[in-house]
Design a protein around this ligand. Structure first.
Ligand SMILES: NC(=O)c1ccc[n+]([C@@H]2O[C@H](COP(=O)([O-])OP(=O)(O)OC[C@H]3O[C@@H](n4cnc5c(N)ncnc54)[C@H](O)[C@@H]3O)[C@@H](O)[C@H]2O)c1
Length: 367
């Protein structure tokens, strides 16, 4: 029996199993539609393109460049991430299925920009093009070889930095959490701790201040803290994230690295809500139950941080900020619906989210 368990990965819920073929053909957890193994001897490209589902439309998902320990690990990663994207895109209300590609290799060698690197990316672009639009991805270099790319820089006709909509979406998820827990869709008068005030965290602080929240922040970079304090002198700075989360807090917003919710932080949390932008917040799958046992409401990261993918999808149809923002506003309704479903069925929010996503995909397949 394969070890299949539900957990959360970079972009959404995933299945982990010990061998790639069992994940690929594993029907109970959804299975995958197609996996393409790509090799270009000239440039040295080795890549895996995994399409989990096209039930809602062309599979959309980024391309990860990573030096994997083994080829098998690369295939598993692509499969897991592709499945996560199906759920993320379905919950974001996008007419896109889920897919993900991984290029096996050291990204630093490509960033150095050698001719070989460009050849490698162009070869990858040709493989994406060979799928005829069943898989849509990002990257400017790839875009030169095919038209099924998005998430491009403004110089190349794209919408650029997605942190504006990501932070807006996280704020909508937080408003929904406040509505579910306290009966009002506002953070006014609540103490909100933002860990990591980089691109997303900074914009999130702006939304929170405008809403009347009492904001405390942490960051390991003085420059990030200084930027926030210059714009919002009323923001408090905690000495460390651990000080911040053990001090009085209503809402904790992890906006830096993954794994923020672990066996040390969860028992120590004073906040009643966790809602932030960071991918992969749950250090392991049981953490969600630990949060629920402590009465802490967890807004699934891949639901509330979908503003970025909403922007990327929007770009495919000619970027229109207002249209993308209107879609990101719906993260409020989706998050609320997830909490309601989770409460009524006695399940954790991420499971409620999965069920809503699966329902949408099943209806699309039937219809
Ligand atoms: N940018 C997007 O559109 C987007 C979309 C979805 C998810 N996310 C996720 O949201 C998170 C933040 O993204 P970003 O674009 O703002 O990144 P960023 O690099 O601009 O900001 C991250 C900030 O966190 C700080 N940081 C790093 N380690 C820390 C620690 N241990 N404690 C406190 N602060 C720490 C960094 O100094 C930096 O200021 C990431 O996990 C990212 O994957 C971002």
């Amino acid at each position: 029996m394969t070890d299949v368990r539900h957990t959360v990965s970079v972009d959404g819920p995933t299945v982990r199993a010990s061998d790639p073929l069992s994940v690929l053909f594993q029907s109970e957890q959804g299975g995958h539609e197609q996996v393409v193994l790509c090799q270009d001897r000239e440039s040295g490209l080795k890549a895996v393109i995994a399409i989990h589902s096209t039930a809602l439309g062309p599979a959309l998902g980024g391309t990860r460049f990573h030096a994997y320990a083994s080829d098998e690990e690369a295939v598993l990663d692509a499969l897991n991430l592709a499945r996560g994207m199906s759920y993320k895109n379905a919950l974001a209300g996008l007419d896109h299925g889920g897919g993900k590609a991984v290029i096996i290799g050291d990204p630093a060698s490509v960033e150095q920009g050698g001719v070989k690197s460009e050849e490698l990316l162009l070869a990858y672009g040709r493989f994406v093009a060979s799928l005829g639009g069943r898989y849509v991805t990002d990257m400017d270099v790839v875009a030169r070889e095919n038209r099924w790319t998005t998430g491009r820089s403004p110089e190349n006709g794209g919408a650029g930095d997605s942190s504006v909509l990501t932070s807006f979406g996280v704020f909508q998820g937080m408003r929904a959490s406040a509505q579910h827990l306290w009966g009002e869709p506002t953070l006014r008068g609540r103490r909100v701790g933002v860990a990591g005030v980089g691109k997303v965290g900074h914009h999130l602080v702006a939304h929170l201040i405008e809403d009347g929240a009492d904001v405390v922040v942490t960051d390991v970079l003085d420059a990030s803290i200084d930027r926030v304090r210059e714009r919002f002198p009323q923001v408090t700075v905690a000495d460390s994230t651990s000080d911040m989360i053990t001090g009085p807090l209503d809402v904790y917003a992890p906006c830096a690295l993954g794994g923020a919710l672990d066996d040390v932080s969860v028992p120590a949390l004073t906040a009643k809500v966790v809602c932030g932008a960071a991918n992969n917040q749950l250090a392991h799958p049981r953490i969600e139950k630990d949060l629920a046992d402590r009465g802490i409401l967890y807004a699934p990261d891949y639901v509330v941080n979908a503003g970025g993918v909403i922007q990327v999808a929007n770009e495919l149809h000619g970027f229109d900020f207002d249209r993308a923002k209107a879609k990101a506003t719906k993260i409020y309704d989706t998050t609320l619906a997830i909490f309601e479903r989770a409460s009524s069925e006695g399940i954790p929010p991420a499971e409620g989210a999965d069920r809503i996503a699966e329902q949408r995909m099943a209806e699309a397949r039937r219809g």
